[in-house]
Structures are given as structure tokens and as C-alpha cells.
Design a binder for this molecule. Structure first.
Ligand SMILES: [Zn+2]
Length: 180
């Protein structure tokens, strides 16, 4: 998986691009939390479930359905006064599902069960430019971590900057009124 920094950056970028200027400040924290939440499945490692089980890493919590649940929970917990905002919900949903997409673009590890509960098939992207971030960070693993961080800077950081810049620019560009 990308590091927590990479996932959080994706969530923050989606919030910056799509939440809108009327979104409350806590939407930033919620977007980052939604982007990180799917990895709560690491705790199932203690259950010694068989390989490929829906509750193992990159299983149920990384699906589209889980992204919808995570976004809904975040709205209920942190944005109760904005429950009718489809825009904010979609933003949090995108942040949550960005996690699975980035995991699928990471070289190594199991595929992402994006379509649970309808299909248990695990998917990876045909192109996986992001390196796996090692855990725990001990000894020489720091070198690998920094290498992985570099791939995240290129393949998550740069697209995030472009996305936010394009979204902000689109808000400033208005069609010229036709007075003819
Ligand atoms: Zn993950």
C-alpha cells in the first residue's frame, strides 16, 4: 500500500478540488480520515483468516460499498448539519474509494476486492507505478520507505496538485455573457 501520507494527500486533494468553498473546515479532516479508513482491516491480521477472505487486507473495507458506508458514517459523525449535501458526501466517497484505487496501483500485495459484496474478485491496475511502503520502519527499511515516498510524490502528489489547480481554475473561468 502507499504510505498513510499518500492516502491522506489524496483525500485532502479531493476535498480541495470538490468540497467547495462553503464546506466546513472539518471536511478536510474527514476527507483525510475517509481516505485512510479502509486500512482498518489491518486489525484482521490477528484473526488468522485464510488468504483471500473478504475480511483480509484489501477486501471488504476497500470496496465501493465500504466507501459509501465510510462516507455516510463520516457525514453522520462530523457533518450532521450538512447531511443533505450530496456534494460533500460524494467528496468523502471519492476520498474513501481513492484508497482502493491507489492500493490497486501499488506494485505488490493482493488485489482490491472493489465490487464486494457482489463479487469477491480482486483487482490490480495494469500499471502499478507506486511502490509498497514497508511496515514497520526499522533499519534499512527506511531507505525503501523513502523510495516508496518518492514514487508517491510523483504519482500521487503531482496529479493531486494538477487536480486541485484545474478545479480551482475552473471556478475562476466563467463563460462570457452573450450580449448580442
Ligand atoms: Zn489499503
Amino acid at each position: 500500500m502507499p504510505s498513510l501520507l499518500g492516502h491522506a494527500a489524496a483525500g485532502l486533494a479531493l476535498n480541495a478540488a470538490f468540497a467547495g468553498h462553503q464546506a466546513p473546515r472539518r471536511s478536510w479532516a474527514l476527507a483525510a480520515a475517509c481516505a485512510l479508513a479502509p486500512d482498518l482491516d489491518w486489525f484482521t491480521a490477528f484473526l488468522h483468516l485464510p488468504y483471500g477472505h473478504v475480511l483480509t487486507h484489501r477486501g471488504a473495507t476497500h470496496s465501493l460499498a465500504a466507501a459509501a458506508l465510510i462516507a455516510s458514517a463520516a457525514m453522520l459523525l462530523g457533518l450532521r448539519s450538512h447531511l443533505r449535501s450530496r456534494r460533500l458526501w460524494l467528496c468523502l466517497f471519492a476520498a474513501a474509494f481513492s484508497h482502493g484505487l491507489l492500493d490497486a496501483c501499488t506494485l505488490g500485495g493482493v488485489g482490491v476486492a472493489a465490487f464486494l459484496p457482489f463479487s469477491g474478485e480482486r483487482y490490480v491496475c495494469v500499471w502499478q507505478p507506486i511502490r509498497v511502503s514497508p511496515i514497520p520502519l526499522t533499519g534499512r527499511l527506511w531507505v525503501r520507505f523513502l523510495g516508496a515516498l518518492w514514487t508517491e510524490a510523483v504519482w500521487i502528489g503531482l496529479p493531486a496538485i494538477l487536480l486541485v489547480t484545474a478545479a480551482r481554475a475552473a471556478r475562476w473561468v466563467r463563460p462570457v455573457p452573450d450580449h448580442a
